[in-house]
Design a protein around this ligand. Structure first.
Ligand SMILES: O=C(O)CCC(=O)C(=O)O
Ligand SMILES: [Fe+2]
Length: 193
């Protein structure tokens, strides 16, 4: 079993559109890998995504939205949560991806990622094979079941404005975008203490 929750309507369609426009227009650069800030760009075989620098106002409003969801997530996962990390505003073009990885809370790595308990992704546009304007194909966020169990992969349904959250130690990936542009916001809730 993979423990995740989907919360619809964290942003409405107009807010998603505004955020996509801001991310598309903002300056930015290749998103990195935690623990290897010296590698810029990150290994191109591991992660290919643009990270945009949005306005402080936009960032503050998204932190507000994430904070408003904290109690729901605490209840779902049965974990006390504290602050969320500075959100990342991500823009995937055709061919962009992120290989299977874990975001944190794994005993093998002793860096800032050890404080992460819950990963959250907000989808800003629709994944669809019909190639209509503003949609993308490929680019699935896929969660992997624990490797000790049966071979389990679950692709999340990207609906604009919905938030998907999962335990940060859950292996997950973003498959290559095959058409259009994919926009997401990601952040991580830390544990208490
Ligand atoms: O863009 C996504 O759907 C997820 C990105 C991700 O896994 C990450 O930033 O760690
Ligand atoms: Fe991740």
């Amino acid at each position: 079993m993979i423990d995740f929750i989907e919360i619809a309507g964290v942003l409405d369609e107009a807010e998603c559109r505004a955020l996509r426009a801001e991310i598309g227009a903002a300056s930015g650069g290749p998103a990195g890998l935690m623990g290897r800030p010296d590698r810029q760009p990150a290994w191109q075989e591991v992660r290919r995504t643009r990270r945009a620098q949005v306005s402080p106002e936009m960032e503050a409003s998204v932190i507000g939205l994430l904070t408003a969801q904290r109690q729901t997530l605490e209840r779902h996962f049965g974990l006390p949560l504290s602050v969320c990390e500075k959100p990342q505003f991500l823009h995937y073009r055709e061919g962009d991806f992120f290989v299977p990885h874990q975001d944190g809370n794994t005993p093998l790595i002793f860096d800032e990622s050890r404080f992460r308990r819950i990963s959250a992704v907000i989808f800003l546009n629709l994944q669809s094979d019909d190639r209509s304007a503003g949609t993308y194909a490929g680019g699935s966020l896929v969660l992997h079941g624990p490797y000790s169990g049966p071979d389990l992969r679950v692709a999340m349904q990207a609906t604009p404005g919905s938030l998907v959250a999962f335990r940060s130690e859950t292996t997950h990936e973003v498959t290559p975008v095959t058409h259009g542009e994919r926009f997401t916001v990601v952040s991580w809730y830390r544990g208490m203490g």
